[in-house]
Design a protein around this ligand. Structure first.
Ligand code: AMP
Ligand code: MG
Length: 500
C-alpha cells in the first residue's frame, strides 16, 4: 500500500523517532529472521490505550493520522525499524511440538518509556513469517480486541503482563470457523522470550546458542545473577519464583490463561499470549475456559501445577548450563514455597487480615469450598465480603444473596468475624484495604463479546468504554454499575477456542 508523504502533521516526528534498534537483533542470526510485515489494505484505527500511549509519550490524537495507523499496521516502517520474527519451540498440551516461533508477530524494534523502561514493540497479526507453518500470519479482530483489553485489564489489576498500545483493523478477511476481518495489535514487553526459546536450542543440542540466550537474558533482565556462583542456577531460581507468584496472582483474581504451553510462558514471569482466556464467574475449580482443551489440562485448578510442570521443562532445557541435576532441582524446588507464600499473603489481603494466624489457611479453603458448592460469582463474592461490618448488618445481604446455602455461609461468617476480632480489626480500615485488593470490575467474557460484536459493525465505542472501566477495577464507578453485575444467561453459551 502506498502512503503519501506530502503531509507530515505535528507529532509524526515523535513517532518516527519512537523506535530504537532492538537489542534482540544483536543476537546471532540463527535466533531470528529479518522480514518486513505484510501490508494490510486500507487500515483504520480501532482503539488506543491512553495510559500506554502516555507512557510512551505519544498523544492519543496522533493515532488519527494516516501515517501513524500505517506504521502500527506494519504498512510503513519508521526509522530504526529492525523488523524480525524470532524462533522458538515448545511443549503444547504436554507434548513436544518442535519448532514454532513468531508465526504472526513481528518485532519492530525497541522503545523507551517515560519511566525509562526499555520495551520491545511487536505487531501481532502483521503477516506470515518463516515460522507460520500452515497459518496465515494474521489475527482476527475478535481475538485482537480480547488481547488488547485483557492485557490492559491485567495491568490495572497489578498482575505482570505484556501491554497493548493500539489495535488497527482492515476489511481484509481470513477464515477461521467463519470469515472474519483482521487486525493488528501493537504489544509491548521488556522481552517476549519464552521458555520455548530455551527449549528450542536444548532440543536441537545446540548448547552454544543456549548459553548465548541465557547470557542475553541475564545481562538484560537479571543482572543480579551475574555475581552468583552459578548464574544459570540463579536465573532458573528467579524464574521459578516469578512463575509461581504469577500463578498465585492469576488464581487470586480467577484468571485462566487457557493455553499454558511452554511457548506461551514468559521468561520474565509476565502473562503472555492472550488467547482463549477467561475470568472465573460462577465458581467451579474444574472450569475450562478453552473449549479446545477437552482434558482440562489448563483448567483453573490445574494452573499452579502446570506452572510447575512448565518450570521443569525449562529446567530440563537449562540443565546443560547449570551442570547437575541436583543444582537444577534445587532451583526448581522453590516453586512450591513461592506459590504457597504468595497465595497465603494474597488470601490474607483478600480476607482483610493484617496479621497471620494458624487457622487462616483453613478459613480461606473453606470459603473456596463454599464458592464451589454454591457456584457463587468469584469476583462479586470477594467484593461483597469486603463491604461487611465487623458485626452482622444489612450489608451481609448482598453477599448472602450470591449463595444458595445461606446457612453454611452464615456459619462461615461467624468464624470469619471471630478471626477478625482476634486482630481487633478496624472495620473502616479493613474495608478500604479489601476494596483495594478485591476488584469490582473484571473482563467478563460477555463484556468482551459485546465490544467485539459492536466492533464487527464498525462501532468501536464499547472497546473505549471497557478500557476505561477496567483501568480502575477497584474503584466504585457509579455510572458503570452495569459492568460489575452478574453475567446474563446468554453468557453461559459463549465458547472460546484456540482459533484466533
Ligand atoms: P498460540 O497458540 O497463539 O500461542 O500460537 C502457537 C503457535 O502458532 C505460535 O508459533 C504462533 O505464532 C502460531 N500461530 C498461531 N496462529 C497463527 C496464524 N494465524 N498464522 C501463523 N502462525 C500462527
Ligand atoms: Mg503463543
Amino acid at each position: 500500500m502506498s502512503v503519501s508523504n506530502d503531509f507530515i502533521p505535528d507529532g509524526i516526528s515523535s513517532i518516527e523517532h519512537f523506535l530504537q534498534i532492538s537489542q534482540f537483533a544483536n543476537l546471532p542470526p540463527s535466533f531470528f529472521t529479518h522480514l518486513r510485515p505484510t501490508p494490510l489494505p486500507e487500515p483504520y484505527l480501532v482503539s488506543v490505550s491512553p495510559s500506554q500511549a502516555e507512557a510512551l509519550n505519544i498523544k492519543v490524537e496522533q493515532f488519527n493520522q494516516r501515517e501513524v495507523v500505517a506504521f502500527f499496521t506494519g504498512n510503513q516502517l519508521p526509522a530504526n525499524a529492525t523488523p524480525l520474527a524470532t524462533v522458538y519451540s515448545g511443549h503444547q498440551f504436554g507434548v513436544w511440538a518442535g519448532q514454532l516461533g513468531d508465526g504472526r508477530a513481528i518485532l519492530l524494534g525497541d522503545t523507551v518509556s517515560k519511566d525509562l523502561q526499555r520495551l520491545e514493540v511487536q505487531l501481532k497479526g502483521a503477516g506470515p513469517t518463516p515460522y507460520s507453518r500452515s497459518g496465515d500470519g494474521r489475527a482476527v479482530l475478535r481475538s485482537s480486541i480480547r488481547e488488547f483489553l485483557c492485557s490492559e485489564a491485567m495491568h490495572a489489576l497489578g498482575i505482570p503482563t505484556s501491554r497493548a498500545l493500539c489495535i488497527t483493523g482492515s476489511d481484509h478477511y481470513v477464515f477461521r470457523e467463519a470469515p472474519e476481518t483482521t487486525a493488528v495489535v501493537t504489544r509491548l514487553a521488556p522481552s517476549f522470550i519464552r521458555f520455548g526459546s530455551f527449549e528450542h536450542w536444548y532440543y536441537h543440542r545446540r548448547h552454544d546458542e543456549l548459553k548465548v540466550l541465557a547470557d542475553f537474558v541475564i545481562d538484560g533482565y537479571y543482572p543480579e545473577c551475574k555475581e552468583d556462583k552459578n548464574p544459570y542456577q540463579s536465573l532458573l531460581t528467579i524464574v521459578t519464583r516469578k512463575t509461581a507468584e504469577l500463578m498465585a496472582l492469576w488464581q487470586s483474581v480467577g484468571f485462566m490463561h487457557g493455553v499454558m504451553n511452554t511457548d506461551n510462558m514468559s521468561i520474565l514471569g509476565l502473562t503472555l499470549d492472550y488467547g482463549p482466556f477467561g475470568f472465573m464467574e460462577a465458581f467451579d475449580e474444574a472450569h475450562i475456559c478453552n473449549h479446545t482443551d477437552q482434558q482440562g489440562r489448563y483448567s483453573y485448578k490445574m494452573q499452579p501445577s502446570v506452572g510447575n510442570w512448565n518450570m521443569h521443562a525449562l529446567g530440563q532445557a537449562m540443565l546443560p548450563l547449570i551442570g547437575t541435576v541436583e543444582d537444577t532441582q534445587a532451583a526448581l524446588s522453590v516453586y512450591a514455597s513461592s506459590f504457597t507464600d504468595k497465595w497465603a499473603s494474597l488470601m490474607r489481603a483478600k480476607l482483610g487480615f493484617t496479621t497471620s494466624h494458624e487457622t487462616d489457611k483453613q478459613l480461606a479453603d473453606d470459603f473456596f469450598a463454599l464458592l464451589q458448592a454454591n457456584h457463587a460469582d468469584f469476583t462479586l463474592s470477594f467484593r461483597n465480603l469486603s463491604h461487611l461490618e465487623n458485626d452482622i448488618s444489612t450489608k451481609d445481604i448482598a453477599l448472602l444473596d450470591l449463595f444458595i446455602d445461606r446457612e453454611a455461609l452464615k456459619a462461615w461468617l461467624e468464624r470469619y468475624r471471630a478471626r477478625l476480632k482476634l486482630e481487633s480489626s478496624n472495620a473502616a480500615i479493613r474495608q478500604t484495604a479489601m476494596l483495594a485488593t478485591n476488584p469490582k470490575y473484571i473482563l467478563r467474557n460477555y463484556l468482551a463479546q459485546n465490544a467485539i460484536e459492536k466492533a464487527q459493525n464498525k462501532d468501536f465505542s464499547e472497546i473505549t468504554t471497557l478500557l476505561s472501566v477496567l483501568k480502575n477495577p477497584f474503584d466504585e464507578q457509579p455510572d458503570n454499575e452495569a459492568y460489575s453485575i452478574l453475567p446474563p444467561d446468554w453468557a453461559k453459551t459463549l465458547e472460546v477456542s484456540c482459533s484466533s
